[in-house]
Design a protein around this ligand. Sequence first.
Ligand code: SF4
Length: 401
Amino acid sequence: MAIDVLAGKVSAGGRLSADEALELYLEAPTHVLGRLAHDVRGRKHPDRTVTYIIDRNVNYTNVCVARCSFCAFYRPVGSTDGYALGFDEIFRKIEETIELGGGQLLLQGGHNPDLPIEWYEDLFRAVKARYPGFKLHALSSPEVLHISRLSQVSVPEVIRRLVAAGLDSIPGGGAEILVDRVRKLLHCYSKASSDEWLDVMRHAHRAGLRTTATMMYGSVETPAERIEHMMRLRDLQDETGGFTAFIAWSYQPDHTELRGFEATGVEYLRTLALARLVLDNIDNLQASWVTQGGKVGQLSLSYGANDMGSVMIEENVVRAAGAAYCMDEVEIVRNIEDAGYVPRRRNMHYEILGEPVFRERDIPRVLELATARADGETSIPVELINYPARSRAERDRRHAS
Ligand code: SF4
């Protein structure tokens, strides 16, 4: 089909098939893809608002048995660089987040075999007891699956227990590409197959949780497989309506086992624009400036994105693979306004919370990303002694401490 026919279909509000999406992705000039995506975004969000959230990305542990080949963040069980944060360290991070006007943690980590479900429940309860109203956007789909397998508790029951303890919503991490051929090549099939990733999200949506959805592109997948990923998300969204937003980011190759090259800025913008056209039932698309940098992040607002994601206070995962972009609220707002939009703070449900905090009161600037722990910090949190460790290495370490 000619590109102008497909463009006409999109402009008329028609839904693209996988074949049509692939043709547009491969053949349409970048400015055409951008214009179509920008128009669709304008229909969904007719005002000039661009949203962002103030939260903190906290990685509670880097110990992981999944060992995905694209990941530079994890450490194997027994590694001297392995850590699990203590509850007090997490409380301190929450207090710093609140000081900056934030109200949520994005809490994710490795698949640590020495943290049973009770550890998560106790942490969530303790957070809610100390900081009522503070939100926990926590544990990606594969982490929920890992806790389910480790604790021999079904996925719906894990979700029920975590929600009872204080879980508010689930981030869309760990999706990578939802095609099992790709997942096997990336060594992430065993942590969660495509169906398993989607099934955790299905259970979460049925339990009343809202979640996001992500895509890590640019590793070993084909363009058709990127579209298959989007189609699977679109199908689940038709079924449950539980996704609030979609975030695409490019594979970051430094220090990974897989190596290779990072996708270019144009490839990112084309992929983002295509996602806006295919995912006609997901309202919000985030600009992934964390992997693309602020300048491409700002351009994303003309390629379908209507949200600048999170003010970055702390980041460990992408930085481990070579990208360390930092934008605080002042910088995010400057980029939004310079692109001709009106910045508004939001929560995870995309409800508007208000004007930028720094215009209401003095808050500290964040010019450098925080890390999970200071270099050389290897202390073992005191409360870990209350939980059984599965690995011999961790049992010995806890005993020795
Ligand atoms: S991407 Fe997540 S699950 Fe995979 S090795 Fe890294 S920390 Fe573990």
